[in-house]
Design a protein around this ligand. Structure first.
Ligand code: AMP
Length: 287
């Protein structure tokens, strides 16, 4: 039977007992409104650990003032059912006031890797992410934590934090799960109208275009950026936030593309909904 834990104290005690008994805990942090992307992380964590913990917490400190904190989609009952079906042992759903108690004033800054891309478009976002993930790690005391490559920069920020601060948890990257037309699954896809949903396929198609250029041996980053932007520009409801070709670890712009590869990465607004996607081209950089 899955246990639902709503306080930090309950969660800490649940995990402490199991860790002291020498058991491993796999952890999948989420913001809820669960889809197959989330479930694939849970299934992997379920297979690789004695216990599986999932958290659902829409973390206010990673949202900017004009972002969708208040309208972020919620489906607590459906989420709870999906967790149970995936074999979750403990579902942690803390309250805001328990995570951010009065006089809260400590934040984690992961410097360089948080700077470009979404860090530039969403100031303070990764500070909020790193802070809440470190808190969740301390509460859940996981042996391994599972993160999707769909949020590629987030994964790099968390890997960097774990290494720099010697966190006793392994960070496990998991591949992006897509709908049949290639759109990366996201809770935010639920904001899309049916016309927007059709046009949203341009993100994945732009990445496929970049992949074809890479296979043809193209070395000039500008040619990738032009091809990707042109594909996105075909959709009247699409507006580019950024499209970049960067080093897969540092996330710095590349001067030229060689056989080692690159990360093609983008954020695009479809109507009012901001979507992100990425693809690693080549495999020379994979650690
Ligand atoms: P979120 O609820 O959006 O904060 O996502 C929680 C976790 O699920 C993060 O590690 C995400 O990277 C991961 N995730 C979200 N969408 C996908 C997807 N389509 N494929 C794989 N992982 C995903």
């Amino acid at each position: 039977m899955m246990e639902v834990l709503n306080t930090v104290q309950q969660m800490k005690l649940w995990s402490r007992n199991r860790r002291q008994a020498g058991k491993t805990i796999g952890f999948v942090p989420t913001m809820g409104y669960l889809h197959e992307g989330h479930l694939s992380l849970m299934r992997q964590a379920r297979e690789q650990n004695d216990f599986l913990v999932t958290s659902i917490f829409v973390n206010p400190t990673q949202f900017g003032r004009n972002e969708d904190l208040d309208s972020y989609p919620k489906a607590p009952e459906a989420d709870s059912r999906k967790c149970e079906e995936c074999g979750v042992d403990a579902l942690f759903m803390p309250r805001n006031e328990d995570m951010y108690r009065p006089n809260f004033q400590t934040y984690v800054e992961v410097e360089k890797v948080s700077g470009p891309l979404c860090g530039a478009s969403r100031p303070g976002h990764f500070r909020g992410v790193a802070t809440v993930v470190l808190k969740l790690f301390n509460i859940v005391q996981a042996s391994s934590a599972y993160f999707g490559e769909k949020d590629y920069q987030q994964l790099q920020v968390i890997k960097t934090m774990a290494r720099d601060l010697d966190l006793p948890v392994s960070i496990v990257p998991c591949s992006t799960v897509r709908d049949s037309d290639g759109l990366a699954m996201s809770s935010r896809n639920s904001y899309l109208s049916s016309e927007e949903r059709k046009q949203a396929v341009c993100l994945h198609q732009a990445l496929e275009t970049a992949e074809e250029l890479f296979r043809s041996g193209e070395a000039e980053p500008d040619n990738y950026l032009k091809a990707m932007s042109d594909r996105i520009g075909k959709e009247p409801l699409a507006e580019i936030d950024y499209v970049e070709l960067v080093h897969p670890q540092t996330l710095q712009r590349l001067a030229n593309v060689d056989a080692l590869g690159a990360l093609a990465v983008m954020a695009v607004r479809i109507g009012k909904t901001r979507l992100i996607d990425n693809k690693v081209l080549g495999s020379g950089f994979i650690d």
